[in-house]
Design a protein around this ligand. Structure first.
Ligand code: HEC
Length: 98
């Protein structure tokens, strides 16, 4: 029994690491970095923060539009979109005093 347990645990390990790193991408800290690095060249995060108050904000459209304006890579756009729609607390990402 003991002999089987260790390989079984080892087999599970990559799965845990994979799901951990996937969830990493939408942590508030990583998102703050992404937004700071890519979305504050032309305006402050206040614009983003305000928009987060709009229940019907069309984030895919906004991020695509901003991506075009700022020549942001698809990867950056995907990350920021995830941050603003799927992170645990999008307002923490873009609103300074929360
Ligand atoms: C190249 C400059 C530039 C960059 C980079 C940029 N924006 Fe903007 N953003 C603007 C301008 C200019 C406006 C004013 C309204 C407009 O033209 O749509 C704006 C407006 C906005 C608004 C207000 C809603 C709207 O559609 O008007 C939001 C939200 C926003 N930006 C989010 C972002 C996010 C998120 C990023 C990073 C992915 C980003 N912006 C990067 C230039 C930029």
């Amino acid at each position: 029994m003991k002999k089987l347990l260790i390989p079984a645990l080892l087999a599970l390990l990559p799965l845990c690491v994979a799901s951990w790193s996937a969830s990493q991408e939408v942590t508030v800290e990583a998102c703050q970095q992404d937004v700071q690095n890519n979305c504050t060249k032309c305006h402050s995060t206040e614009k983003i923060c305000n928009e987060l108050d709009e229940a019907d904000a069309n984030w895919p459209k906004i991020v695509k539009n901003m991506g075009k304006k700022g020549n942001l890579s698809q990867e950056v756009q995907d990350n920021v979109l995830n941050c603003l729609t799927k992170s645990t607390d999008p307002k923490k990402v873009a609103c300074p005093k929360i």
